[in-house]
Design a protein around this ligand. Structure first.
Ligand code: SAH
Length: 370
């Protein structure tokens, strides 16, 4: 555009009034330009972004996701293979202290059957998730991973089984596991202590994350939005930790109460804030694998699709046997019905409606894709 015309147009625009709105838009643009924000900037975004700012972040995040992944969404087949847990996270429905849970375990054969069904429907990543169940010793996990690896050489194997030693993690990797999800839950030690018993320490969690990343796992961190006692400063610390750690995957979902936990009467985390944080994470880590989580979809119908439209690029669908699903309740309200093929096709259609395609692909992080 010729200079003169620009000047003329500028003259027609109202004089910009410095405001929190423009400050947030600037901060969002700073993130989008690849710069890191300090704590104050992050807190400002979390506390002061208007709906218009959030929309600005969303558009920029979608553009970044599109640049790296096009309109492709990766699906993962989630296999919840045990709800036994030695840990006692105050927010979690399958915590050790919840005597009301009917506990179950799947053996290697049952897990492999879930994989077979998933494979036939196009799943090329299997996410094995459980409580922290010592019945699955290092050897048992190695056996399960090796068998999946042998049967499905073209698939990625993700573990989400909690805290173990570095040697155990190394053996899982050697057996053929590719990825490991271990949300840090909150990056602030005092807040961590409000969500967990004293036997569980943030330092342990962070040590595990560092080990996983160092030995070569595609590593996932993450946190809940709106967990009890959470402040904007806590969330800013969570984002700062992600910027520092640069995980390959980030899991973010709203906290949802489970009635037989100490936080049963707390209110759920905000869906809109979760969506905004998804956009910010996409801007901070442009190539990150970012699921639009089950918790998000549970909190509000349609929110899982909105997560994709906020910059997420992964969906995890449940391949667990239908008769066990109701027992793996981390929070109330989780959908447990639905036949796997039907559910897969329904999600495929809902993605197509918003202009995305579900891809049959391992969907590795671009930096490690082989
Ligand atoms: N035991 C494994 C994984 C199972 S829990 C581990 O420790 O990593 C998976 C995730 O679910 C947790 O990391 C937590 O962030 C989330 N979660 C647990 N309870 C929840 C709740 N009440 N609301 C929302 N998310 C919850």
């Amino acid at each position: 555009m010729p200079l003169r015309q620009t000047a003329e147009l500028r003259a027609l625009e109202p004089t910009p009034v410095p405001s929190v709105r423009s400050r947030c838009a600037d901060l969002i643009d700073t993130l989008a330009d690849g710069c890191r924000l300090g704590r104050d900037g992050l807190v400002t975004l979390i506390t002061s972004a208007t709906a218009a700012d959030q929309e600005h972040a969303r558009r920029r995040a979608v553009a970044v996701a599109h640049e790296h992944f096009g309109n492709r969404v990766f699906v993962r087949g989630l296999i919840e293979f045990s709800n036994h847990c030695r840990q006692d996270c105050l927010y979690c429905g399958i915590r050790k202290g919840n005597r009301a849970v009917e506990r179950y375990r799947l053996d290697a054969e049952q897990i492999l059957r879930c994989c077979a069904q998933g494979y036939s429907l196009g799943y090329r990543t299997f996410v094995l998730q459980s409580g922290e169940d010592a019945w699955y010793t290092t050897d048992v996990v190695v056996d399960i991973v090796s068998r999946i690896r042998a049967a499905y050489p073209d698939c990625a194997i993700t573990l989400s089984i909690g805290e173990r030693g570095r040697e155990a993690y190394q053996r899982f990797l050697d057996a053929g596991a590719d990825r490991f999800l271990l949300r840090h839950e909150t990056a602030t030690a005092d807040h961590y202590a409000q969500l967990h018993p004293p036997s569980q320490q943030l330092a342990t969690r962070l040590r595990c994350l560092a080990d996983l990343k160092e030995i070569g796992f595609q590593t996932g961190a993450g946190f809940m939005v709106g967990s009890p006692f959470q402040t904007p400063e806590h969330l800013a610390a969570d984002l700062a930790l992600l910027a520092e750690l640069r995980p390959h995957m980030v899991g973010i979902g709203p906290f949802l109460p489970h009635r037989s936990t100490p936080f049963g009467d707390r209110s759920a985390g905000s869906v809109d804030l979760t969506l905004f944080l998804l956009s910010l994470v996409r801007l901070m880590l442009p190539t990150v694998l970012l699921p639009s989580t089950t918790a998000l979809g549970t909190a509000r119908p349609g929110a899982r699709e909105q997560g994709i439209q906020a910059g997420a690029n992964v969906l995890m669908l449940n391949l667990s046997p239908q008769d066990q699903r109701a027992k793996y309740l981390l929070y109330d309200g989780k959908s447990v019905s639905g036949e796997v093929a039907e559910m897969t096709h329904a999600v495929q259609r809902s993605l197509e409606r918003i202009g995305y395609t579900m891809v049959v692909d391992r969907g590795d992080h671009p930096e490690v894709a082989r």
